[in-house]
Design a protein around this ligand. Structure first.
Ligand code: 4AD
Ligand code: MG
Length: 469
């Protein structure tokens, strides 16, 4: 009886051992051969590479080999030998084959021919079995691990902020409601409005758009924290960069000013990209070959160059002087669209850009207010990191720590202090200068993998009219 203990295919391919018995388990990518020998390419997810199984019909019989097709799951025990063919260091001469699960070629949707990314989205429950999604998902894991490692090594604490919230952190108003009320027949107050005091939490609640406000509470006690969790936005933006459910990493640091915040963002992003280059070489090489021939060159260029740091006001001047006919207008006071961001990064500077000091009117209420400029215009200490191909990858700011200024802003925006009393209290007791930012995890993965659509870097995308799987 041959060993049942499993060797991962990544380890088998790396192994220096020869003529030893091993057992591998995995899914068939392809089977080819003739009446004398069958070659099965087996993949178990531990690497982009397959291991070649050599099986003789004489030993296994045509019936068993006939049941093995693309997608089937096998246990194969055999002898690891130097490969006879080119293209792989080793192969396995099969001694035992057990079929765990067959896959009928007449119905199994993934065949060995390449499929379009659009088609694979429709079968997102199976696409992890493709080379592309195997690579994307392994890189995704590596990035999540590197994020935790970076913060741990830099003395940040991982804080879990709530997903269900009664406040709107970004003031954008595009939130998913959370309720256990009967939406067909909700209880009503005497004035005829929905009576949320009878709802599960006794008030109106939603899924959070950001962990920042609670993150600030943590930073004002632990010094430096980060969050890493799902966030939800009900905005109806059907773009290659927006998801309704995405993951955000939000560091928040006490005693930190705008320059410290920019330094942290730049160092953090470079660390993550360097980590991918050093640890995901096989998967990056595959994605480069298949989708984006400039991928690793672009990643290297970001790691090796200083990011440009630029005032919003100067950015507007550059865009106006560019002579380019943009789809959306450019004027002081207007928010930048991704075409503007990408012009600055890809055409003008050819490097990542950190744009700072945006007009107060287009940014969230919590951002630290600057003194009005020479022309009396009001700006805040915001910072957006703009990347090639992506546009905004990070949004952050220094936070307004002055109670009176924050209160005036909340009143001016018609926000409710009743909702935010606990946030305001931090400015009453032991307030401190502090800053932070949010990195969109899927935007980071878009950049690192070179994929073009954010739906292809998260296993199960949530977008308008789409919550399958
Ligand atoms: O710029 P945003 O809205 O900033 C915040 O939420 C702050 N509370 C962050 C902070 O200062 N702690 O979002 C931060 C980042 C964006 O730069 C972008 O990368 C990503 O989150 N993001 C999205 N990613 C995918 N789909 C969406 N709909 C996204 N909205 C924002
Ligand atoms: Mg933003």
């Amino acid at each position: 009886m041959l060993s049942k203990s499993r060797t991962k295919i990544a380890d088998a391919l790396r192994s220096q051992a020869r003529d030893t018995e091993i057992t591998v388990m995995g899914w068939v990518r392809t089977k080819r051969g003739n009446k004398n020998v069958a070659f099965i390419a087996l993949n178990d997810g531990s690497t982009i590479h397959n291991i070649q199984i050599v099986a003789e019909p004489e030993r296994f019989g045509d019936e068993l080999l006939g049941r093995i097709a693309t997608g089937a799951c096998l246990r194969v025990a055999g002898v690891l030998v130097e490969s006879q063919g080119s293209g792989q260091p080793v192969e396995i001469q099969a001694r035992e084959i057990e079929i765990y699960g067959e896959a009928d070629p007449a119905t199994y949707p993934l065949q060995k021919k390449g499929h379009s990314l659009e088609f694979l989205r429709e079968i997102a429950y199976l696409r992890p079995r493709t080379n592309t999604f195997g690579a994307v998902l392994r890189i995704s894991h590596a990035m999540a691990f590197a994020i935790h490692r970076y913060f741990n090594d830099h003395g940040f604490y991982y804080l879990h902020t709530p997903l269900i919230t009664a406040s709107d952190a970004e003031g954008a108003g595009a939130m998913f409601q959370v309720t256990t009320l009967d939406v067909e027949k909700p209880p009503r107050t005497e004035e005829g409005r929905v009576d949320y005091s009878q709802d599960f939490f006794g008030k109106h609640t939603s899924l959070t758009v950001s962990g920042q406000l609670e993150g600030e509470l943590g930073a004002l006690a632990l010094g430096q924290i980060y969050t890493f969790g799902p966030t939800f936005r009900a905005e109806n933006s059907n773009t290659p960069r927006h998801l309704a459910e995405f993951w955000m990493i939000e560091p928040e640091v006490a005693f930190c000013d705008l320059e410290d915040d920019m330094n942290l963002a730049e160092d953090f992003l470079k660390y993550l990209i360097r980590y991918a280059l050093e640890n995901c070489a096989d998967d990056l090489a595959f994605l480069e070959k298949m989708y984006d021939e400039e991928l690793t060159a672009r990643l290297r260029s970001v790691v090796e160059n200083d990011f440009v740091r630029l005032d919003y006001t100067e950015g507007i001047e550059i865009l106006k002087a560019s002579g380019v006919k943009f789809e959306f207008p450019v004027d002081w006071g207007l928010d930048l669209q991704s075409e503007h961001e990408r012009y600055l990064v890809e055409k003008h500077f050819k490097k990542p850009v950190i744009l700072i000091n945006y007009p107060a009117a287009i940014k969230a209420f919590y951002m630290k207010q600057n003194e009005p400029d020479a022309e009396g215009r009001r700006t805040v200490q915001a910072m957006d990191v703009l990347f090639p191909r992506i546009g905004e990858i990070i949004g952050g700011s220094v936070r307004e720590e002055n109670y009176d200024k924050l209160k005036a802003k909340i009143d001016a925006e018609g926000m409710s202090e009743e909702e935010l009393w606990w946030y305001m209290d931090t400015r009453r007791w032991g307030s401190a200068p502090h800053a932070g930012f949010g990195l969109g995890f899927e935007r980071l993965k878009l950049f690192v993998t070179g994929m073009a659509n954010v739906r292809d870097v998260i296993p199960f995308p949530r977008t308008p009219k789409n919550a399958e799987f």
